[in-house]
Design a protein around this ligand. Sequence first.
Ligand code: SF4
Length: 380
Amino acid sequence: MKYADEFRDKAIALGLAKTIHAAADPERSYRFMEFCGGHTHAISRYGLEDILPSNVRMIHGPGCPVCVLPVGRIDMAIRLAERPDVILCVYGDLMRVPASQGASLLKAKAGGADIRMVYSTIDTIRIAEENPAREVVFFAIGFETTAPPTAVMVRLAEKKQLSNFSVFCNHVLTPPAMQNILESPDIGNIGHVEIDGFVGPGHVSTIIGTAPYEFFAEEFGKPVVIAGFEPLDMMQAILMLVRQVNEHRHEVENQYRRAVTRDGNPRAKEEISDIFELRDRFEWRGLGEVPYSGLKLKRAHRIHDAELRFDMRELWVADNRACECGAILRGAKKPVDCKLFGTVCTPEMPVGSCMVSSEGACAAHWTYRRFRDQEQRGAS
Ligand code: SF4
C-alpha cells in the first residue's frame, strides 16, 4: 500500500474484523492495552471497538504525554513563568491543562506571564536569540519521540553560546511505564488491570525500535505487537495479538514495518544519550512515581537545566478528587466511568488532563463516541 487512504479501506477493515471474529475463542476474553494515545484516538475515530468481537476488549493506556504530566509539574511551570525575567515556551496542548486551584498556563498568560506557544524547538532558539536580556525556558514534554528534537535544541544552543536558554525537562520513557503497569496492576486501589498483550506504540518505536519490548515478552509472558496508526494497522495488530494468545506465544511482532525496525533510529538514540540521563524516579499521573522513567539533562549540560538554574522546588499536588484520569491512564476505568464526563468536564472546560489533549482518552471518547458511550451507559 502506498497512500493513507488505502489503510482506511472499509471493505478490508470489515474483512479483518471477520477474521478476528473467526479467530477469537468465544470461551475466553482478550484484553489488549494500546499504550499510545495516538492508537486510542484511532480506535475512537474509526469506531474499531464496534466491529471487534465483544470478548476482545481494548484498554486505553498511559501513552499521552500531556495526560501523564502530574499537576505538580504544571504548577512548577506556572511559578517559573510568573518570574518577570522568564519567557516560557510551550507546545499548545499544555496551555489548558488544569493545574492546582483552577490555574492553567493559559490563565497565567492572561494574568501577564510571558508564555509563548511554539510549534517547534527551533522557535524557542529564535526567541532566545531575539531576547538576550530575558531567560527563555522550553517546557519539554513527550516520550522518546520528542526527546531527540529537545536534544538537538540543547546542542544548537550550546553551539550558538546562548546563555539565556534552558529546558524544563519532562521527557518520559515508555518501557518503564509498561513495566510499572505489569508489576503493580492494582496501585492505589483504583482497580485491577489484567492485560493479555500490548499494542505497542508506533512513533516511539521508530526511535527505540522493537528490541526494548522483548523484555516484556520474555519476563512477563505478554505478547507485544508494534502497530501503525491507521485503522487497518490497528485491526491487523489486534488479529496478530489474538493469534499469539491462541497459540500461547508471547513474542514481539512488528506490524509497522514500514516505519519501525528492531534497532530503531541510531542517530536519534545517540542524540538522547549524549544530552540526557535517567532520573532516579519521575512522577506520572495515574502511575505514581516510576523508577528510571524520566530524563534530565546530563551534568555537562546542566547550565541549560531550568530546574537547577532557577532552583525549582519539586511540587506534589493531588489530582482533583472527582477526576478519574489516574484510573483511566492505568487502564482501570473508561472515560464514561467518570461522573464528570461530558457534563462538567468537556474539551472546552476540561477538569482533567485526559480531556485536553487530542490523544487523551476522554477527549477521544467525547469527540468520536460520546453518543454511543451514553447509549451504552443507559443500557447498562
Ligand atoms: Fe478527568 Fe474529565 Fe476525564 Fe473525568 S472526564 S476523568 S474529570 S478528564
